[in-house]
Design a protein around this ligand. Structure first.
Ligand SMILES: Nc1ncnc2c1ncn2[C@@H]1O[C@H](COP(=O)(O)OP(=O)(O)OP(=O)(O)O)[C@@H](O)[C@H]1O
Length: 676
């Protein structure tokens, strides 16, 4: 048996070439691989034939003199060449190998394949200057040698094998050509057959896909056009044909518009009485830069939008108020609305501060409707009324099987329902601490984790928060997380109470009377001073309620102004107009039934830790601290009246706590250093 020796320097190539030669000559010759290096003595390598790779001719010094030697070419493995086809035409490709010779040889061979428009640039360790920022790199089993860079892909074509010509030459030299001719020929064409087979399969698949695609595009209700680089149509689907009509005018007008709007991806195009929304997509595959144009009938978009809005309305997820619905005449409101309109354009979180009934939700809706998210949902969540045990699942939804009785398939939470829209977190100051932690995470990550679920769901929502409490105080008392407050209070807006913008009272009252079908043009002086003088502790909501109440008899009772007076000043209940004037003058409330000292004692008590008192605790503390012996039911009555005046709030099960107006009154009392 003949001995075929292959002499190499590189281990990877040695393994690879040894395998190739054994497959080819294994039965006819013994294949021996020798790795040149310090362990091999010069002039010692022998065999019936010694094979040395091209560009490694200097290894000949290891061969015993007199031995037959051939220098063989290497070639890129034809099976691997197909990997080059996925690199886009006209790309710069870094070709990486371990030495300059190997790299240059590889480039020579790659060029022989004539893969369309690829530009090869050499790289090997130690090269002084090389082409940086190549988007693609190719290597031959030397991934470690690829220099760092931002490549779109790095292709490993593995070690190059001996070329078929080299194999034929070896066979001839060993006198085995006749014996191995068939095998050699097959080896030569096998990769080509494989490549052709793969291409045929691909073509078959593509033909099917393309047929399916054509069918889909044909059935599409949008117009689709493909234009070549010269803006000539090369494809037009039936809907686009219909939209463009019989003549060529519409099409050429569209092309003109595409040229005029060359920098825009979307624009509107009018053709007769029809309007289209045009979307341009540039296709950069292949050498041609075609333009794909999608045409959508504007009426259809409107129809879809309307039905979407209808669906949202049915679910109650729509904001009905706009800025134009906000009634005001005061300069302070004018300024506030201007700022709010500015805020509406952005994406940052807005925080609305203001007493109960001052119009926070109305303003939140107006902001949403003036924002780019106006076609999305507006979801309002009231933290004062959301039940504590359910709040997490209401907000974040729950996963399928999260708990017994959970609906199959789970349920979306309010955050998810607000996706692409706005979520209004009303009375956020009432959110329990545990929930605040979760809210903070959602706000930071913009992802929700449904109860019982393991997958975070991304949500794209704008947040508007609101509170009628003094948030600074809540933070100070550690009832509200500071980090969450800062995350929410990005764009703050302060809605003044109605009593601080008296110019707004009359226009609002007129509007509400109109709403309840009462002619409001001729309001007597008595009525005007009555409503303008009242402190409106319940703000606009209270004003609206009074207007509704009055409307029930105003149409047939000419004496309704008297009734108005008695509704604003019920017997045994104070806080009315005259009292208010008095109060403003003395800066101290006059309650007919409530001793101001008791009122102040209650307010003082509520301004200390724990800041929330049950009725029982209030009764005890009033007696202990101030010596007021009141019964629990008397305290209940007192708290109720203070609540009506907007000084405190009392929530069943959560106790009584101060409102901004109460804090304000206390502050005034304290600055006057008035003893009582
Ligand atoms: N400037 C205004 N113009 C017209 N209507 C108003 C105005 N301000 C408030 N309203 C009306 O007053 C009522 C109360 O307003 P809204 O619910 O927005 O108050 P709020 O501050 O959110 O109250 P709460 O803190 O109790 O939730 C609503 O019917 C609202 O439409």
């Amino acid at each position: 048996m003949k001995l075929l020796t292959i002499l190499l320097r590189d281990r990877g190539t040695a393994v690879h070439t040894g395998k190739q030669l054994r497959e080819m000559f294994g039965e006819a010759a013994k294949v021996k691989v020798v790795l040149a290096g310090p362990a091999v003595t010069e002039g010692s390598v022998d065999g019936d034939l010694v094979v040395i790779s091209r560009r490694m001719e200097e290894l000949i010094r290891y061969v015993r003199p007199g031995t037959r030697v051939i220098v063989a070419d290497r070639a890129v493995n034809p099976d691997q060449v197909r990997q080059l086809f996925v690199i886009p035409a006209n790309s710069d490709v870094l070709v990486v190998n371990t030495t300059r010779e190997l790299t240059e040889e590889a480039i020579e061979q790659l060029e022989l394949y004539e893969v369309e428009g690829l530009r090869y640039h050499p790289y090997y360790p130690g090269i002084r200057d090389y082409r940086k920022n190549c988007p693609y790199a190719i290597t031959f089993g030397e991934m470690d040698a690829v220099p760092p860079g931002e490549y779109r892909s790095v292709t490993d074509l593995h070690s190059r094998a001996l070329s078929m010509e080299a194999c034929v030459l070896i066979a001839k030299e060993l006198g085995l050509y006749e014996q191995l001719r068939g095998k050699l020929a097959a080896g030569n064409i096998r990769p080509m057959v494989r490549l052709t087979q793969d291409l045929a399969k691909l073509h078959f698949k593509y033909a099917h896909t393309s047929e399916d695609l054509q069918k889909i595009i044909g059935l599409m209700e949008d117009g689709v056009l493909v234009l070549d680089q010269q803006m000539r149509p090369i494809f037009i689907n039936p809907m686009a044909e219909k939209m463009m009509g019989a003549g060529a005018e519409r099409l050429s007008a569209l092309v003109e518009q595409l040229r005029a709007h060359s920098a825009e991806q979307h624009f509107f195009y009018r053709a007769g009485s029809d309007s289209y929304y045009v979307e341009r997509i540039s296709s950069s595959s292949g050498r041609e830069r075609n333009t794909i144009v999608m045409l959508r009938d504007v009426r259809k978009i409107e129809r879809i939008e309307n039905s979407y809005r209808r669906a949202l309305t049915e679910k109650g997820l729509v904001a009905s108020y706009e800025f134009k619905d906000i009634i005001y005449r005061s300069a302070v409101m004018e300024e506030l609305i201007l700022t709010a309109r500015e805020f509406a354009r952005g994406e940052s979180t807005v925080f609305l501060h203001g007493e109960s009934g001052s119009g926070k939700e109305l303003l939140a809706q107006a902001i949403h409707n003036a924002s780019p998210r106006r076609s999305g949902a507006f979801v309002a969540v009231n933290f004062a009324s959301i039940s504590l045990s359910l709040s997490e699942s209401e907000l974040f939804g729950y996963a399928d099987g999260a708990f017994t009785g959970a609906r199959r398939g789970g349920r979306k939470g309010l955050f998810e329902l607000a996706h692409k829209g706005t979520i209004f977190l009303d009375e956020i100051g009432d959110a329990p601490l545990e929930l605040q932690k979760k809210l903070l995470r959602v706000i930071q990550e913009r992802k929700v984790l449904p109860v019982g679920g393991s997958k975070l769901i991304p949500v794209d929502v704008r947040i508007i928060a609101a509170s009628n409490q003094d948030m600074g105080k809540l933070v100070e008392r550690r009832e509200f997380r500071e980090d969450l407050y800062y995350r929410l209070n990005v764009l703050p807006l302060y809605l003044p109470p109605l009593r601080c913008r008296r110019e707004d009272i009359l226009p609002l009252f007129r509007r509400f009377l109109e709403e309840f079908h009462v002619d409001s043009r001729e309001l007597s002086k008595q009525v005007r001073s009555e409503i303008e003088g009242y402190p409106w502790p319940g703000n606009v909501r209270e004003l609206r309620n009074v207007a509704e109440y009055v409307s029930n008899f105003a149409r047939f009772d000419p004496n309704w102004p008297d009734r108005l007076h008695s509704v604003l000043h019920p017997p045994g209940h104070s806080g009315g107009a005259r009292e208010l004037q008095e109060e403003q003058r003395t800066q101290e409330p006059r309650e007919e039934s409530d001793d101001p000292r008791t009122v102040r004692a209650v307010l003082e008590l509520l301004d200390r830790p724990p800041y929330r008192f049950s009725r029982k605790e209030l009764t005890l503390e009033l007696a202990r601290e101030y010596g007021f012996a009141l019964s629990e039911s008397q305290v209940k009555g007192l708290v109720g009246r203070l609540k009506d005046r907007g000084l405190v709030n009392a929530v069943t099960g959560r106790g009584t706590f101060l409102q901004t107006a109460g804090q304000e009154l206390l502050r005034r009392w304290r600055t006057q250093a008035e003893s009582f």
